[in-house]
Write a protein that binds this ligand. Structure first.
Ligand code: ATP
Ligand code: MG
Length: 339
């Protein structure tokens, strides 16, 4: 396989839009208000990489994930999976896709049926997909070894297990159908810090051992830095910055990312770090501001430009993208309006 072929994206998201209608009752079209949950988002995920989406609460991370997994319909834009446009597929095709795309959610207790044993929950999808019992039983055995849990836990009910054990079992369940892609939406946010590392290391093992492709959603910069290869920083439904973890953390280009990184607690008490205050809250996603959506909170805000023209997401070198009129680290007097 040529190098070029290797770099074909496994998943491509193009100009994705998802708005939610805010009003329950019918209004004239012009008066209907929409939450702009996802607004023109594009990114690629390559096979075998962990791609992270990071941003504050309400920035649209989960909505992007749910659109990619076809759990909700998109308003516009396109989603390609393994070379195929899956934006509008039939119900039957959607079912086939389900086995190739799996998910792990934030709250492992809520993701298991409380009335069923763990074994039942693990076997369920295999039965639906008509996998032979000897095959899925052997697979469960292997997976329990892989997640380093004893098989006797399989006879227990979800309430009788710890959050860390359950999340490992949720990952095992996601692997039952040997999927090509896993969406992990805040998989460690509900867990004790002491068990977070176990789950994150398991994610890294999946990448190393199985070449698993993962979309990893989190609001925690430490977590994302630890597991992801590339990341997209989203703000109010739009990508502000995107690149490798090194590019985004070591050559930060967007003032929003800079503020997020600076707000992150020190990893070591002697770490020399200045805090940049991220003032105000994320604006509501209904009245999207004119121009740059981060303008109202940006310390480099320039009147007449930032509140007027929406900066396009542009490659500033080697696949490092930024949507800012004045990207950091670039001579600010020379950039401005051509961005
Ligand atoms: N089903 C829905 N109906 C109406 N609004 C929704 C729906 N799902 C999400 N939203 C809204 O869309 C916006 C983005 O929500 P989303 O859950 O994608 O954010 P998020 O980045 O995942 O946040 P968090 O970090 O809190 O999980 C929010 O304003 C949210 O209230
Ligand atoms: Mg979410």
């Amino acid at each position: 396989m040529s190098k070029e072929k290797d770099r074909q994206p496994f998943i491509s998201v193009r100009d994705l839009k998802k708005y939610f209608c805010l009003d329950n009752y019918k209004l004239a079209k012009a008066k209907t208000r929409y939450i702009h949950a996802v607004d023109d988002v594009s990114f690629d995920i390559y096979k075998g990489e962990i791609f992270g989406i990071i941003g504050e609460s309400g920035s649209g991370k989960s909505t992007i994930g749910r659109c990619v997994l076809k759990l909700i319909d998109v308003d516009s834009g396109e989603i390609y999976f393994d070379g195929k446009n899956i934006t509008h597929v039939s119900r039957k095709e959607q079912q086939e896709l389900r086995s190739r795309m799996q998910m792990v959610f934030q709250n492992p207790l809520a993701s298991f049926d409380p009335k069923k044993t763990i074994r039942f929950s693990l076997e369920e999808s295999a039965k639906v997909h008509k996998i032979k019992p000897e095959v899925y039983k052997a697979r469960i055995k292997q997976l329990m070894e892989y997640i380093a849990l004893p098989e006797d836990l399989l006879t227990r009910y979800p309430k009788d297990l710890s959050g860390g054990q359950l999340q490992r079992l949720a990952i095992a369940r996601a692997l039952m159908l040997e999927p090509d892609f896993i969406l992990a939406d805040e998989p460690v946010s509900a867990l004790d810090v002491s068990v977070q590392a176990q789950i994150l290391n398991l994610m890294l093992d999946l990448k190393e051992d199985k070449g698993q492709t993962i979309l990893f959603i989190s609001h925690d910069l430490n977590v994302v830095r630890h597991v992801c290869d590339r990341i997209a920083v989203v703000y109010l439904g739009a990508v502000m910055e995107m690149g490798t973890v090194e590019q985004v953390y070591n050559s930060v280009a967007h003032p929003y990312t800079q503020a997020l990184i600076s707000a992150k607690p020190k990893e070591h008490p002697l770490e020399n770090k200045k805090h940049i205050l991220l003032e105000g809250d994320i604006p509501n996603a209904v009245d999207i501001p004119e121009g740059c959506r981060f303008a109202g909170r940006c310390r480099y805000f320039k009147e007449g430009l930032c509140d007027n023209r929406t900066p396009k997401l542009k490659d500033i070198g080697n696949g490092h993208y930024v949507a800012c009129h004045f990207p950091l680290g670039i001579d600010r007097s020379k950039t401005a309006s051509d961005m």
